[in-house]
Design a binder for this molecule. Structure first.
Ligand SMILES: *Cc1c(COP(=O)(O)O)cnc(C)c1O
Ligand code: SF4
Length: 350
């Protein structure tokens, strides 16, 4: 699949994506965190621009060696909510199933960067998978199973089919959701065999596509999404709000429009997690709120994601967009419109 991916500092240098001095500076980064850039992403990195928003997402940078006190190896405390290996059960009606810890690309801001990669937690054994499926089967309240990782679409169609057939046999599971970057970073991988495997649970299937910049939605990526959607799989988006990459209403709006044009409904815009060595990507929540507010009203409602923070410590996600309604002592509300003007609700009758 990703046979021609670039996986080391030398590979990046040989491909002309970094120069000699950069190679020396990033070597310690590549010893600490995994590297992979697929051909599809290498193709769209602008080599003449050190601040290219695609390059910033995938090319290692010496700033990753800087760790701040609030950063942590497991920023959203997956481990604290893991009853059996590979399952994270934080919310009552849904679980994460982490069958694999490999990704086709390694994002420099990844929230699970301590767990993914060739040195990461590896792929589930068949015994571990059986234990995970038994846990899901024993918990009637589990309505949805979310395959994440790592990137579950790096699994072979054969292996995916084994997992899907396991889920098929559990009647209370109604929804199967995959979180992936593959349709964007390795679109050729979305072939008939993979689509068939993804559908083989017979359940209602969703794919949450991770992309952060409108240029990632290439013709090939859009065609890969169309193959999934035309096969009956519904798609939603998830993005991370990242300094220097999409922290601007025009870029973010263009990204959300690209999703909607591709029939991918914008779902989550994540505030960056406190993963180690990622402070150069983080912005203030207030800046994030302003960017999100600037999109509201100016672009279609179909294009509006929910801005969320995964609360450190494993407390789950919270919507952190600005609250447009404020309650007053007399029980009335003031509500802000998209131009920033306030209105009373209910309107004054005098
Ligand atoms: C994010 C997350 C989910 C999915 O949450 P949704 O709000 O349904 O998208 C489920 N389980 C865990 C542990 C999560 O971190
Ligand atoms: S694809 Fe997801 S899990 Fe993999 S490196 Fe990127 S953000 Fe992390």
């Amino acid at each position: 699949m990703t046979a021609h991916s670039l996986k080391s500092a030398e590979d990046l240098f040989d491909a002309g994506l970094i120069d000699g001095p950069t190679l020396e500076r990033i070597r310690p980064v590549t010893e600490r965190y995994a590297v992979a850039v697929t051909p599809a992403m290498a193709d769209i990195i602008d080599r003449t621009d050190a601040a290219d928003p695609i390059g910033l997402q995938f090319l290692p940078h010496e700033d990753e060696l800087r760790q701040t006190p609030e950063e942590r190896a497991d920023p959203i405390s997956d481990e604290a909510h893991s009853p059996v290996h590979g399952i994270v059960h934080r919310y009552p009606d849904r679980v994460l199933l982490k069958a694999v810890h490999i990704c086709p690309v390694y994002c420099r801001f990844c929230f699970r960067r301590e767990m993914v990669g060739p040195q990461g937690n590896g792929t589930m054994t068949s015994e571990e998978l059986d234990t995970a499926l038994a846990y899901i089967k024993a918990h009637q309240e589990i309505w949805e199973v979310i395959l994440t990782g790592g990137d579950p679409l790096v699994l072979s169609p054969r292996r995916l089919t084994v997992i899907m057939e396991g889920l098929k046999a559990i009647p209370h599971v109604k929804i199967v959701r995959f979180h992936t970057r593959v349709p964007v970073v390795d679109p050729d991988c979305i072939n008939a065999a993979l689509v068939e495997a993804l559908r083989s649970s017979g359940k209602t299937t969703y794919i949450a596509l991770h992309a952060n910049h409108p240029r990632e939605l290439t013709e090939d990526a859009r065609a890969a999404c169309a193959r999934l959607i035309d096969a009956g799989i519904a798609m939603v988006s998830q993005s991370v709000l990242l300094k220097g990459i999409n922290d601007n209403p025009l870029v973010l709006g263009a990204l959300m429009r690209a999703f909607v044009e591709t029939r991918v409904k914008p779902y989550y815009l994540h505030h960056p997690d406190l993963a180690p060595g990622t402070s150069h990507f983080r912005l203030d929540i207030e800046e994030g709120q302003q960017i999100v507010a600037a999109m509201r009203g100016h672009i279609s409602g179909l294009c509006q994601p929910i801005y969320v923070l995964d609360i450190p410590g494993g407390h789950g996600k919270a919507a952190i967009g600005q609250n447009a309604a404020t309650k007053h002592a007399d029980g009335c509300y003031s509500v802000s419109d998209f131009n920033g003007n306030d209105h009373l609700y209910p309107p004054s009758t005098e």
